[in-house]
Write a protein that binds this ligand. Structure first.
Ligand code: UDP
Length: 342
């Protein structure tokens, strides 16, 4: 049993991580500013004697320090996430992602607490070399396009983390998360799978941005959490960068078709130009495929959940959420297929 701090623990990935840590007997402390995180995400842990929630920002150094002192190790997940959000709040994106990570790293070093930094596949930018391997070059667009501010903020976090490893001997591991999805993820900040599912279940148009030929690889959050925990359990991982993801690739157009079929929705699939979906001149990544050999070699990790099952889990979760929310009109046999409605 160890005591663990999870920054961003009320977020989508953070909350699943907290559940897994509590389940294996760890004592978990969370700090979350509830900007995109939600208390509902950790409601099932509320009142558990091994779970401690603090509402606050990682920019509050004394508050963060009081929590760092209490724990044996840190998972740093707090960040501004989601392409939509990054375009809406570019200042917060850079300040929270860079200054917040700086606070976490200085405190981890001061109190000698091993740390895992959650980074992002965005750091590869729009490189055309596939699959992405940890030492590949990053290729970014101009600073006038705010999307790249997120990639650069995460790249700075990685530089800083590696510098702390080299200069201060801080045991820090960097996890580059590829598209992660699953139950409890909201479509509010742009994440495509929950958005498509919400649209399909409401009978609204399924909005495919651009041509729909761009592709992504989606990993289930439970696989990602397994990989994160495996990495922190292995001391040799410190000072290194690891991709975490599921290499199974699908175009966004195909994903829209899959969701429509699985939900038996009558929603039309509508192509929306990027300029309209985001902002004029928006640049998207055409492909993003993880090479996870390095992670596999060190930890033995392979993703267990395939895309159809991931979609199934997201649909089931959304149906449950929407049952307590607004009326949904699912296809005729949906309840039988997903086992939610009798
Ligand atoms: N996307 C889409 N429709 C939506 C939301 C997203 O077609 O309603 C596309 C988006 O343009 C991108 C892909 O789906 O090509 C994945 O988007 P997401 O924001 O989930 O993650 P990203 O990979 O961009 O970080």
């Amino acid at each position: 049993m160890s005591r663990v701090l999870v920054t961003g623990g009320a977020g989508f990935i953070g909350s699943h991580l907290c559940e897994a840590l509590v389940e294996r007997g760890d004592e978990v402390y969370v700090i979350d500013d509830l900007s995109t995180g939600r208390l509902e995400n950790v409601a099932q842990l509320d009142g558990h004697r091994a779970f401690h929630f603090t509402s606050g920002t990682i920019l509050n150094y004394p508050l963060l320090e009081s929590l760092v002192r209490k724990v044996d190790r840190i998972f740093h997940l707090a960040a501004v996430v989601g392409v939509q959000k990054i375009i809406e709040v570019p200042i917060d994106t850079i300040e929270i992602n860079v200054l917040g990570a700086h606070n976490v790293l200085t405190l981890a070093a001061r109190h000698n607490k091993p740390c895992l930094l959650a980074s992002s596949s965005e750091v590869y930018g729009k490189s055309n070399k596939h699959p992405f391997t940890e030492d590949d070059d990053a290729v970014y667009g101009p600073t006038t396009k705010s999307r790249w501010g997120y990639a650069c903020s995460k790249a700075i976090d990685e530089f800083l983390a590696l510098a702390y490893f080299r200069s201060k001997k801080l045991p820090i591991t960097i996890a580059r998360l590829f598209n992660t999805t699953g139950p409890r993820q909201t479509g509010r900040y742009g994440m495509v799978l929950p958005r498509f599912v919400e649209q399909a279940l409401r009978g609204e148009p399924i909005t495919v941005f651009g041509s729909g030929q761009q592709s992504r690889c989606f990993a289930d959050v439970s696989d990602v959490v397994t990989a994160l925990i495996l990495l922190t359990d292995i001391p040799e991982a410190a000072g290194q960068v690891f991709n975490i993801g599921n290499p199974e690739e699908i175009t966004i157009g195909e994903l829209a078709g899959l969701v429509k079929e699985m939900t038996e929705s009558a929603s039309p699939i509508r192509l929306i130009p990027y300029d309209e979906a985001y902002q004029p001149g928006f640049e998207d990544m055409q492909r993003r495929v993880p090479n996870i050999e390095k992670l596999h070699r060190l930890t033995g990790f392979s993703p267990k959940i395939k895309l159809a099952q991931i979609a199934h889990r997201v649909i089931t979760g959304k149906l449950q959420e929407m049952e307590t929310d607004v009326p949904v009109m699912p296809g005729p046999s949906m309840g039988v297929r997903f086992g939610v409605r009798q």
